[in-house]
Design a protein around this ligand. Sequence first.
Ligand code: PRP
Ligand code: MN
Ligand code: MG
Length: 181
Amino acid sequence: AAEISDDLTRVLYTAEQVQERVNELAAQIDADYQGRDILLIGVLNGAIMVMSDLARAMDSHCTMDWMAISSYGSGTKSSGVVRILKDLTTDISGKHVLIVEDIVDTGLTLSYLVQNLRSREPATLEVAAMFRKPGAVTAPVDVKYVGFDIPNEFVVGYGLDYAGKYRNLRDVATLSPHIYS
Ligand code: PRP
Ligand code: MN
Ligand code: MG
């Protein structure tokens, strides 16, 4: 039977390595926020895994809200067009907001989002991203909490998709070119 692993070339981070790094980020966030309530804003769909693990690794109180925003569509390259597909359900003014993302690639999604959320006047606004591709940043964005800097390759797993698939892969791995070429 076809399995996810058939489509991968190499594992960059195992599920255990990812979880260990998430725990470190959570400890850092707990220390920085000093017991203040945090509003975590997850960016659908990619952030679902890191949101769920990060929130549970934190000792601080938090609430969660979600935005759906897309820059990729279904391909492997950013289209450069950022669209809000679903807005927040809560008012973030005066709140300590932490945006949670799976990956910063070009930075277009986050730079748009930071600008958009800043105009709603949160008390503080920071970003946590599990992965960052430093080589590909065309719109620089200040990411306070970064899990791993990764090479500029097409990676999947832990929320990262290709054409909507592979998000449920527990490891983070490179996708075999025969899948997307
Ligand atoms: C991916 C990823 C980030 C964004 C990063 O989302 O989850 O949100 O692209 O790319 P950028 O830095 O070049 O903007 P995508 O638009 O694929 O939607 P998804 O989260 O539903 O997969
Ligand atoms: Mn995304
Ligand atoms: Mg995607």
